[in-house]
Design a protein around this ligand. Structure first.
Ligand SMILES: Nc1ncnc2c1ncn2[C@@H]1O[C@H](COP(=O)(O)OP(=O)(O)OP(=O)(O)O)[C@@H](O)[C@H]1O
Length: 340
């Protein structure tokens, strides 16, 4: 098991005060974070930009040292035996980092195998097996600069597996990949956990990917842990924040305070969250979208119908929207929902 306990990371930086002057500054990227990853489990690490995900993954991968706190991998403390921990973990970053473009796929794997202290014969066997497993057997002796994006990403996976790690950290693994390649990669990740018992930590800006793969999710906000739960339970935390969208013609801004007043007195704790006005080419008129958040979007729509008629608005269409994981991440990070 990986056990991160009370870990804080503070970056020492410089803040520019002018053209030639700067002063020391400190950025707390991760604050007192505790998390664990079990073998065979896929754990998500989510949060908006700057939440501290990459910093956390880099600390777990031994690439960055925590300012305080402890990280243990299968009972071995990272600060006491970094090398033993390095044998047990590896990281796969999205995009095209961490590969040598002028080397072939096979040469890249040989190079990284050597870094992990594998013998030449063992690296050769592992490289061959992994290249075939990720579908790059035919391109093993081609320079990486000739690979497509998807091929580079598959080589990243092989590189991340070269030391047969017990724990694998994936930072945006499907970033910029076409849908079929991303799907294939998700299947591989699932197999690594369920069939080979690897513990996996995954960051992703694609909520569907997290919903599909992750058993549990840690949600970070500005370096702090907001909550840890199953993806479906996280969505349930904001289930009371449904949105009713009504597209209407005849809207004018003088109606906004009247609508806000009407909603404030409604029995559904409703709130007007957005009004967008667009020209509807079919109706050659302006259509305003009134978006109202409330615990029951359907009941809210029913309640809004007489109010719109009373104020001379004509409804073009209406729809209700239930929150998904993406909404939950945004709402909870903004301090809305139950976790606030
Ligand atoms: N090398 C660094 N020096 C100073 N501050 C840094 C450094 N790296 C990251 N930070 C700051 O630490 C905070 C967390 O950054 P981090 O990259 O870990 O977040 P993230 O959740 O991975 O963000 P993103 O989703 O944008 O990749 C941010 O405020 C960022 O500006």
């Amino acid at each position: 098991m990986i056990e991160m306990t009370d870990v804080t990371k503070i970056y020492e930086t410089k803040q520019k005060l002018g053209w030639f002057r700067s002063e020391k500054a400190a950025v707390t990227a991760v604050n007192s974070l505790s998390l664990n990853i079990l073998p065979g489990e896929i754990v998500g690490l989510l949060g908006l930009n700057g939440a501290g995900k990459t910093t956390t993954i880099r600390m777990l991968s031994t690439l960055l040292e925590p300012t305080s706190g402890s990280i243990e991998v299968d009972g071995v403390a990272m600060h006491k035996n970094r090398q033993a921990v390095q044998q047990k973990v590896n990281m796969i970053a999205g995009g095209e980092r961490m590969l040598y473009w002028s080397l072939t796929g096979r040469e890249n794997l040989h190079y990284f195998g050597k870094l992990y202290g594998l013998g030449a014969a063992q690296t050769g066997r592992e490289a061959e097996r992994l290249l075939n497993e990720v579908g790059l057997g035919h391109a093993a002796d081609q320079p990486v600069e000739q690979y497509s994006k998807g091929m580079k990403q598959r080589l990243q996976i092989a590189r991340g597996l070269i030391n047969d790690p017990q724990y694998l950290f994936l930072d945006e693994p499907t970033l910029g990949l076409d849908a079929p390649i991303a799907r294939q990669l998700r299947r591989t990740v699932g197999r690594l956990a369920k069939e080979q018992g690897k513990g996996i930590l995954l960051t992703s800006h694609y909520p569907q990917e997290v919903e599909e793969l992750c058993d549990r999710v840690y949600l970070l906000s500005r370096g702090e842990l907001l909550l840890c739960d199953k993806p479906e339970n996280i969505v349930r935390q904001v289930a009371g924040l449904q949105t009713a969208h009504l597209d209407v013609t005849g809207w004018n801004e003088s109606l906004r305070p009247l609508l806000a007043e009407h909603l404030a007195t409604s029995s559904h704790q409703a709130e007007l969250v957005c009004t967008e006005v667009a020209v509807n080419p079919a109706a050659s008129s302006e259509v305003a979208r009134l978006s109202v958040q409330s615990p029951s979007a359907d009941r809210m729509i029913t309640e809004m119908l007489p109010w719109t008629a009373q104020h001379g608005l004509r409804i073009v269409s209406f729809a209700s929207e239930k929150p998904n994981l993406e909404d939950a991440i945004i709402l909870l990070s903004e301090g809305k929902g139950k976790a606030s």
